[in-house]
Design a protein around this ligand. Structure first.
Ligand code: F6R
Length: 248
């Protein structure tokens, strides 16, 4: 794993956006795996600004998102579909037909999970997967204990994840209790992975993932077994790692 230290959130966002733009410009039909949440907001802002200023084109780009809530309509402001349109897709020239998220409204969730898994394969796999890091070490919505062999599946969100996401809803009780997420093996098949980590509150889990052997209680620790992972973390997120004098 290669770790790049960013000064702060803004610097992390700039570096991450540069990284993504490089792949977008280099590949003829890049498949980007995208994340939602607070961490990539700044990155998406830089991508929007860059598109407006430098006319980077996304006409040849395909996207697959990590996850979507179950039972939340794509038009609802709390859906990840809505988030992606608002933060990125509505501001760049990507054809909406090239953008994909799991359908959280599907009647048959198992069939939807298989469809999503097959879709990723049909696209030729993910070239660059962007990840955020959950406070409990989750990636996508793969909570501690998820088998590393998991494919796209429906999950019950843990209390810690619901609490962390409650800031986007009217109340804790309004947070959906289930989501469809790419599995860990789905994520690990990506050719390259970009993990973004920002803030002091992520310092403990980042240090844990860097020190532990890969284990299913810390889902993100699986990334140590991938051949091409880049972590862009800001100084606050790296504070414990640096305190302990760990080399990176
Ligand atoms: C989002 C996702 C989650 C988040 C993680 C960190 O699509 O899959 O794994 O990346 O919960 O969330 P933030 O960035 O809000 O701290």
């Amino acid at each position: 794993m290669k770790i790049i230290e960013a000064k702060d959130y803004q610097d992390m966002s700039q570096s991450a956006a540069r990284f993504i733009i490089e792949q977008v410009n280099r590949l003829s039909a890049p498949v980007l795996g995208l994340a939602t949440g607070g961490t990539p907001l700044g990155t998406y802002q830089v991508l929007r600004e860059d598109h407006a200023r430098n006319k980077t084109t996304y006409k040849h780009v395909y996207t697959v998102n990590l996850d979507e809530y179950v039972g939340v309509s794509p038009d609802h402001e709390n859906s990840y579909t809505f988030y992606m349109k608002k933060q990125l897709f509505d501001h760049i020239d990507i054809p909406l037909s090239h953008t994909h998220l799991p359908n959280g409204m599907a009647c048959d969730q198992d069939a939807e999970c298989s469809r999503y898994e097959a879709l990723i394969e049909r696209l030729g796999g993910i070239d660059l997967q962007v990840l955020g890091l959950g406070l409990n070490g989750h990636i996508g919505f793969n909570e501690p204990g998820t088998p590393f062999s998991s494919k796209t599946h429906t999950v019950e969100l843990t209390q810690s994840t619901k609490e962390a996401n409650a800031r986007y809803f009217d109340s804790y009780d309004a947070v959906p209790s289930q989501a469809i997420t790419m599995g860990i093996s789905t994520i690990m098949k990506s050719k390259q992975i970009l993990l973004l980590v920002s803030g002091e509150k992520k310092a403990g889990i980042l240090a844990k993932l860097l020190t532990e052997e890969p284990n299913e209680d810390t889902p993100a620790s699986v990334l140590k077994t991938h051949q091409d992972v880049v972590i862009i973390a800001d100084s606050d997120a790296l504070s414990i790692v640096k305190e302990r004098g760990m080399a990176f």
